[in-house]
Write a protein that binds this ligand. Structure first.
Ligand code: NAD
Length: 360
């Protein structure tokens, strides 16, 4: 199934509205999920809707929830997301952080108990648009563990993403490092399973701790586990991400002492910095422009694959997918239609919307 970004936005927006959200929230969630598809991250795109609908039905995702201020103390801003749509409550908390960072030069924002915030790069893009630098550390809980510790044989935490964002200069587009600390995101295992292809070597172990390329091990009764990226280094980053996202925010880590209800909770620590208040904007541009040019001038090992910087692959994917549309595999599409039915929109109406038909 191939659909335009506009048609998928209309479909997701209608599903979120059918789940009880106001129009603004529905449009925001739709924009966010489709933007992940456009960026090439189908793992965090419209294929999340079946999980969102499941969580709505179980009251583990609460529509129309506003981020609640827990503390407002100079550069420190603490929010509770109350299981609201992640894009909505994280967008509000980052918006407040941007305003505070403009006043003070730095802001440290915590968000506890949000439902899935999705592609974390979206929040880096908000700070980039405000010409700020930002760092985001996110843990994932309320969910079964998916990732094994380095030297371990079973899953003990989830895919704990990290995002670091630098704004554009006049010459260089923004740099956006946005990645799971697992070798690949769980959504990419789902995509591999749905499309029926193996994952790369070094990414998964089975239920006995033995390396495998079969994505189905993550869906067996006794599951296998993803591995952290980069051995002990990725594992170390995953550990500190879990702890940074939770110890400062008041949100729960995945340790068994905290409740786990089977939804998705993201807690996020965000650090915002205004470069104008440090070495200044001219120096920032001088270093970004000169360094990126220097790195990209490295002769490519494969002439068809030039050196990139973080953020480039997503820009390239966006250009292609805006032009050619977004491919949704048959299994994911079937799951989305089922979810549309469950949430009361209906399969026929959902299919019409995805074909570009009218909204209501
Ligand atoms: P990935 O493995 O595709 O890595 C993405 C990062 O690597 C990007 O910054 C990209 O620009 C950079 N990159 C890729 N190829 C590059 C190259 N050749 N040169 C330079 N940089 C390059 O992404 P992932 O780890 O699968 O994560 C996908 C998405 O999943 C992210 O948006 C992440 O925020 C999201 N995620 C969210 C959650 C959550 O709970 N909300 C959990 C895990 C992941």
């Amino acid at each position: 199934m191939r659909a335009s970004a506009d048609a998928l936005r209309r479909l997701v927006s209608a599903m979120v509205r059918a789940g009880g959200s106001a129009d603004g929230e529905a449009a925001l969630v739709a924009e966010h999920l489709v933007a992940a598809n456009l960026a090439g991250h189908d793992s965090h795109g419209v294929g999340m809707m079946p999980s969102y609908v499941r969580h709505l039905k179980a009251a583990l995702l609460v529509p129309n929830t506003k981020a609640k201020v827990v503390k407002d103390d100079g550069p420190a801003l603490m929010f509770d997301g109350g299981r609201g749509y992640g894009r909505s409550v994280a967008g509000e908390s980052i918006g407040a952080g941007i305003a505070r960072c403009r006043q003070l030069g730095v802001a440290v924002v915590t968000l506890a108990n949000a439902h899935h915030v999705g592609r974390v790069g979206a929040y880096g893009e908000l700070t980039q648009a405000a010409k700020l630098v930002s760092l985001h550390f996110v843990n994932v809980t309320d969910h079964r563990a998916l990732v094994a510790p380095f030297r371990g044989t079973d899953a003990r935490f989830v895919t704990n993403p990290v995002c670091i964002a630098l704004p554009a200069t006049d010459r260089q587009p923004p740099i956006l490092l946005d990645m799971a600390t697992s070798a690949i995101a769980m959504g990419k295992v789902r995509v591999a399973k749905n499309e029926g292809h193996p994952v790369d070597p070094g990414v998964l172990i089975d239920q006995h701790g033995v390396p495998t390329r079969d994505p189905n091990v993550m869906y067996a009764e006794k599951t296998g586990a993803l591995l952290p990226f980069g051995g002990h280094k990725g594992y170390g980053l995953a550990v500190v991400t879990e702890l940074l996202a939770t110890t400062l925010s008041g949100g729960p880590s995945i340790q068994p002492g905290n409740p786990r209800l089977g939804g998705i909770i993201n807690n996020m620590l965000s650090i915002l910095i205004d470069p104008a208040r440090f070495a200044g904007v001219d120096w920032f541009r001088h270093e970004v422009d000169g360094f990126v040019d220097f790195v990209k001038a490295s002769p490519p090992a494969d002439p068809k694959a030039p050196v990139l910087v973080p953020g480039d692959p997503e820009r390239l994917a966006r250009e292609t997918r805006m032009r050619e549309g977004i491919e949704v595999d048959a299994t994911t599409w079937g799951e989305i239609l089922d979810a549309a039915d469950t949430v009361g929109l209906g399969r026929a109406k959902a299919a019409t919307l995805a074909e570009g038909g009218s909204t209501r």
